[in-house]
Design a protein around this ligand. Structure first.
Ligand SMILES: Cc1cc2nc3c(=O)[nH]c(=O)nc-3n(C[C@H](O)[C@H](O)[C@H](O)COP(=O)(O)OP(=O)(O)OC[C@H]3O[C@@H](n4cnc5c(N)ncnc54)[C@H](O)[C@@H]3O)c2cc1C
Length: 336
């Protein structure tokens, strides 16, 4: 166990395990804060297990999970509130102790001099340069000044983000669009089904991000840490601020709250045997919505034609049509 002291009331550590709680208690700690989300790593006990083990020793424990490198201002404030509430000294932990240290620093911004905060973190072995700007502003990311501004900002360069950018450019060539996407590669996820079936190899389903981004789109290679819709701004990891007129958020499949719906191709081909697939086409709500006439492909039965589509037709259609903004299989319409 690698416990590092930040103040007399707070120390931080990498992941704690139930069998270490005795040592933690003997070291004088009265309470714990877990800043690591359950299920982040396969080496990690769940919060509830640790909480029960801590309770059996009469120690208080709280769960304030944060995503690695995306600690928010609000989480910093909540951490401060927990420190005020819990019996001290407190031991906070995450995977390495960095998130706990960041939250502490955010909670202290404006309360103690910045050099003191940074010095304590450095002494404990944590480099806070990524959040200095927030610390200078009292634990809050300043969103009044932008590091970049674009007409349209799209969060996520997956299928949805790239197709949306390409569709917009097809309608308005020259539109100022930025895609914020941290990954180097873009995956053709539907191809993974056939990786599992041994037909494609995994590397063939990945393309470099630069090669699939539509021409003219600005690529901001970073992850979004926070959305600030009231300021028309997103905050990136490392606290850079990007402003926009229109925001499209697609960091993964699904999403609610949009005022337009995209009734595009939606299918989940089920590989039931080599050479045959069930082409289960449906809408977002899971309703069957076959696009092919039943006499050609019965979407409820395995067929060799569906396999052929999946293996030969849909991959190029994805790359050459969908990601290029051709809405051959789509009917965007306004709702609400
Ligand atoms: C095995 C498998 C088989 C599938 N088969 C089919 C099929 O046959 N037919 C079909 O229609 N669909 C299929 N799907 C579903 C389809 O792949 C998804 O619906 C589609 O990829 C979702 O696109 P998306 O852009 O919403 O999300 P993704 O393609 O997952 O893209 C999200 C992007 O957002 C980025 N991101 C995440 N967080 C942030 C952040 N904080 N800041 C910036 N960027 C961020 C990610 O890096 C990622 O690049 C399949 C999926 C899988 C996994």
């Amino acid at each position: 166990m690698d416990i590092r002291k930040l103040t007399d009331n707070l120390s931080v550590a990498p992941q704690i395990f139930a069998h270490e709680l005795e040592t933690v208690q003997l070291a004088g700690f009265k309470s714990l804060i877990c800043n690591r989300p359950d299920g982040e790593g396969n080496d990690q006990p769940n919060f509830s297990e640790l909480e029960a083990a801590a309770a059996a020793r009469g120690m208080a424990m709280r769960y304030l999970p944060a995503v690695s490198r995306k600690v928010t201002d609000a989480e910093g404030a909540q951490f401060g509130a927990l420190l005020a509430e819990l019996p001290s000294p407190v031991l906070a932990f995450c995977r390495t102790g960095m998130r706990s240290t960041t939250m502490w620093a955010l909670s202290q911004a404006g309360q103690q001099p910045l050099p003191d905060i940074l010095a304590r973190a450095t002494q404990a072995g944590y480099d806070l340069k990524g959040v200095v700007r927030r610390l200078v502003h009292g634990g809050k990311t300043p969103v009044d000044t932008a590091d970049a501004t674009h007409e349209v900002v799209i969060v996520g360069g997956g299928s949805a983000g790239i197709a949306a950018a390409a569709s917009l450019l097809a309608r308005s060539p020259g539109l100022d669009i930025a895609i914020i996407e941290p990954a180097d590669t873009h995956d053709y996820q539907p191809g993974w089904t056939l990786v599992g079936a041994g037909v494609f190899d995994a590397p063939s389903t990945a393309r470099s991000m630069a090669s699939v981004l539509p021409q003219g789109v600005h690529w901001i290679k970073a992850a979004v840490a926070a959305l600030e819709p009231e300021h028309n701004a997103v905050v990136l990891e490392g606290c850079r601020v990007v402003k926009y007129k229109q925001l499209i958020v697609c960091p993964m499949a699904g999403g609610a709250g949009a005022d337009a719906k995209y009734d595009g191709y939606g299918s989940c081909p089920l590989t039931v045997e080599r050479g045959k697939i069930v082409l289960a086409e449906g809408t977002d709500g899971g309703k069957l919505a076959p696009r092919f006439p039943q006499w050609l492909i019965d979407g409820t039965q395995p067929s060799a034609l569906a396999w052929y589509l999946k293996e030969r037709v849909l991959p190029p259609l994805y790359g050459q049509a969908m990601l290029k903004g051709r809405e051959w299989l789509a009917r965007p319409e306004m709702v609400g």
